[in-house]
Structures are given as structure tokens and as C-alpha cells.
Design a protein around this ligand. Structure first.
Ligand code: URA
Length: 428
């Protein structure tokens, strides 16, 4: 077997054999296949696609490149496990209220999460704004927090699907991220290696998401649900709207504050709606069909799990959250209806304010980000606050404001804000 023949097969629109896939993933992980050869193959896959067998085998080979975690009854865990993965969006803080909520309803939620890169935020960056909270846990600590609180949110260790870690970094710099077979196998290899019994995928659609159209999102969702099913994980996907930011905040500490509001029984309607929709799917997939997540939010039991979970990872759930040193308010330039508030523009602005990073090693500002004072469909009056920008470094305001220049629209006609709810479709 050699890299050039594998590349030529896909370049010439052929099907990769199981043996070719197993060899190339293993050889790349070991450094036998060079980065330039893998990037050529990734581009051939991006251009010519892979069929279901090839995607399934590619995923299996990436799982086999590392360790698999065990949260089955054999590991001592008595509850069924359920996990959620979002393809990423602006203001997407749902994991924060969702994990403790689903745990409060009887499931165990091992949530291995990542950091933000580019305009979408990362769950670990958000939680690290809580004083004392630790993202890095050993496998033993992870099991202990899960056993005690019912939910754990922490960083995925280096041992999980190392082939994907290497390949994703390569795709990031070679223009080969936007391939449905590569995205689906990348996400699912990590989720399957993580060892959950049930998985709910939140596939975002719209300007702030990877998938800009419903058709692409549908194809990605169906591919991932197929992969989960092939590997024995009960998998369901919801396609959800990411044309405008989720909730009223984008930025690390700002999003933690909003998540705690949801756990306290309040919070923005779209965040509550999506949290409950995903919770119902997770509980259903975990076999807990009689659970009542609405009650667990209302009676404080989800908040109790949150406090235990944060405390078990060194965080102080009662400590004040960091606040950025400087604020800048954007006011409505006219009276009318806010007909558009673009997720991508808000995400880029929050990132430029310091909420996100351009390179993996960059630090993030805990307090930076954007607060929304109106959502699409709301009437606004000239001069009223529309957005508040937060940063520790005010020289960033101008650059952030440039990203917002075309991000909103106020018209005097009727609203053309979406009539649909946040969940657009379900794929099972
Ligand atoms: N997230 C992943 O983990 N992998 C991708 O390819 C895209 C998003």
C-alpha cells in the first residue's frame, strides 16, 4: 500500500477499499503518510465525495486510532448515558443548561467539549470564566464527577481519535473543512469513541453555521445519524436555526450568566425552547420516556445538579462572573421593526472583541462579547440600545463595529422574521 495510489483512486473518482482506508488513516497517525499527501487526499475527498461504506470505514479507522471510553454498566455507572453535539453557532450555550437538566431527569451525561476557534464559541472557554473551574480531568476524575453529579463537562483527552485531531488541524489550513463526509466522520469518530449509548445532534443551519442551507444540513445530519446507527449508538438529529444568535448573549461569561438564568427558570424563550427540545430527545434516546425536563427546570433540581457539577470541578457557582472593563452601546438608527440580526456578523464582532481566538494558543477574554437588546421581529425606536459591546481592550471596538455594519436591518414594513420555531426538522 502506498499513499500515491490511494490519492489517485480518489482523484480519479474511484471508491477507496476498506484496506486502503485502514492503511491511510493508520499510516497518517503514525507519521508515515506526510501532511502534504493527506491534504491532497482530503481535497480529493472534498471534490469527489465518499459513499456510505467509505464514510463508515473512515470513521471506524479514526476511532481505532485511539482509545475508547467506557460508560456502560460494566464501568460501574448505573444510569443510561446520553450526549449532545452541536455543529456550532453564535450564542450557542445550550450544553451548559442542558447537561445538568438531563442529569436531573435520570440520565448520565458525559459531555466532552472543545474550545472555540473562529466566530463560534467553545463550551470550555465559557465555563472557564467561572472562577476556579477546571476543564482538564483525568479519566478517574471524570467518572467520579459523573457518578456524583450525574453530568460532567470537560476537555476530550488526547487519546480520543488522535487521527481526527491531526486531520482536523490539517483541514483547517488546507481549505478542506467543508466536506460533508469529512465533517461527519470527524464529529462521529470522537462521539463514538467517547462511548455514549445515545446521542442527539444539533445541526445548525444559517449564516452563523457551517451549513448555510437546509439541504446541506439535512445531508450532514442523515450522514451522522447513519454513522451512529452503524456503530450501535442511538442517534437522532435536530436541524435548528442559526440565522440569528441564540438567546441574548454571545461571549463567555455573558453566556454563563444567561445559562444560569435558564436553570433558574427564566432566560430567553429560544434558549429555553431548544434546551427542552434537546433534553426530550436525549431522555427519549436514553430510554427515560417518562422524565419531565420542564419540571426539572422549574423545581430547581437542574440548578442543584449544575452547582454540584461546577463545584466538583473546582468552580464556585456562587462567585461573581468576570465583567469586561469597557462597554460600547449601539443604538437603533431608525424606528421600525428589527427584521434581521445576522448570526455571522455578531459572531465575528464578539470574536474581534476578544471572546474568541484566531489561533489555538491565543487566550480569550472572559468578559468580552455582545449583549442583544432586541431579536428579529421586535419593534424598535430610534435611539434605543440595540447591542452592547463588551471588551477589556477598547481599541477593538472599531474593528468589531465594522463586522456589525451590515449585520442588522430595521424596516418600517411588517416583520419578515421567521415564523418557524427554533427547531426546523428532525432526522432519525
Ligand atoms: N467539528 C469537528 O469536530 N469536525 C469537523 O470537521 C467540523 C466541526
Amino acid at each position: 500500500m502506498d499513499a500515491i495510489s490511494v490519492i489517485r483512486t480518489k482523484r480519479d473518482r474511484g471508491e477507496l477499499s476498506d484496506a486502503q482506508i485502514d492503511w491511510v488513516i493508520d499510516a497518517y497517525t503514525r507519521g508515515v503518510v506526510a501532511d502534504e499527501q493527506m491534504s491532497s487526499l482530503a481535497m480529493a475527498i472534498l471534490l469527489n465525495g465518499m459513499n456510505r461504506r467509505e464514510i463508515s470505514r473512515w470513521t471506524a479507522a479514526m476511532i481505532a486510532s485511539g482509545e475508547r471510553m467506557d460508560f456502560s454498566a460494566a464501568s460501574g455507572l448505573t444510569r443510561p448515558t446520553a450526549d449532545k453535539h452541536s455543529t456550532g453557532g453564535v450564542g450557542d450555550k445550550i450544553t451548559l443548561p442542558l447537561a445538568p437538566l438531563v442529569a436531573a431527569c435520570g440520565a448520565a451525561v458525559p459531555q466532552l467539549s472543545g474550545r472555540g476557534l473562529g466566530h463560534t464559541g467553545g463550551t470550555l472557554d465559557k465555563l472557564e470564566s467561572i472562577p476556579g473551574w477546571r476543564a482538564l480531568l483525568s479519566n478517574e476524575e471524570m467518572h467520579a464527577v459523573l457518578g456524583d453529579a450525574g453530568a460532567v463537562i470537560c476537555a476530550a483527552g488526547d487519546g480520543l481519535a488522535p487521527a481526527d485531531k491531526k486531520l482536523y488541524a490539517l483541514r483547517d489550513v488546507t481549505g478542506t473543512v467543508e466536506s460533508i463526509p469529512l465533517i461527519a466522520s470527524s464529529i462521529m469518530s470522537k462521539k463514538i469513541a467517547e462511548g455514549t449509548g445515545a446521542l442527539v445532534l444539533d445541526v445548525k443551519v444559517g449564516s452563523g453555521a457551517f451549513m448555510k442551507t437546509l439541504d446541506d444540513a439535512r445531508e450532514l445530519a442523515a450522514t451522522m445519524v447513519g454513522l451512529g446507527t452503524d456503530h450501535g449508538v442511538r442517534t437522532v438529529a435536530l436541524l435548528t436555526d442559526m440565522s440569528t444568535p441564540l438567546g441574548l448573549t454571545a461571549g463567555n461569561a455573558l453566556e454563563v450568566r444567561e445559562s444560569v438564568e435558564v436553570l433558574a427558570g427564566g432566560g430567553p424563550a429560544d434558549v429555553v425552547e431548544l434546551t427542552l427540545a434537546l433534553a426530550r430527545e436525549m431522555l427519549d434516546a436514553a430510554g427515560l420516556k417518562d422524565a419531565d425536563p420542564e419540571r426539572a427546570l422549574a423545581d430547581g433540581s437542574a440548578m442543584d445538579v449544575w452547582r454540584r457539577m461546577i463545584g466538583a470541578q473546582g468552580g464556585d457557582p456562587g462567585a461573581p462572573l468576570p465583567v469586561a472593563r469597557e462597554q460600547h452601546v449601539v443604538t437603533a438608527p431608525a424606528t421600525g421593526v428589527l427584521t434581521r440580526l445576522d448570526a455571522y456578523g455578531v459572531g465575528v464582532a464578539a470574536w474581534r472583541l476578544g471572546a474568541g481566538r484566531a489561533r489555538k494558543e491565543d487566550p480569550v477574554q472572559a468578559g468580552a462579547g455582545i449583549e442583544l437588546h432586541a431579536k428579529p421581529g421586535a419593534p424598535v425606536t430610534a435611539g434605543q440600545p440595540l447591542l452592547t459591546l463588551h471588551t477589556d481592550t477598547p481599541e477593538r471596538f472599531d474593528y468589531a463595529l465594522q463586522a456589525l455594519a451590515d449585520a442588522y436591518e430595521i424596516t418600517d414594513g411588517p416583520s419578515d422574521a421567521p415564523a418557524h420555531g427554533i427547531v426546523l426538522e428532525r432526522v432519525a
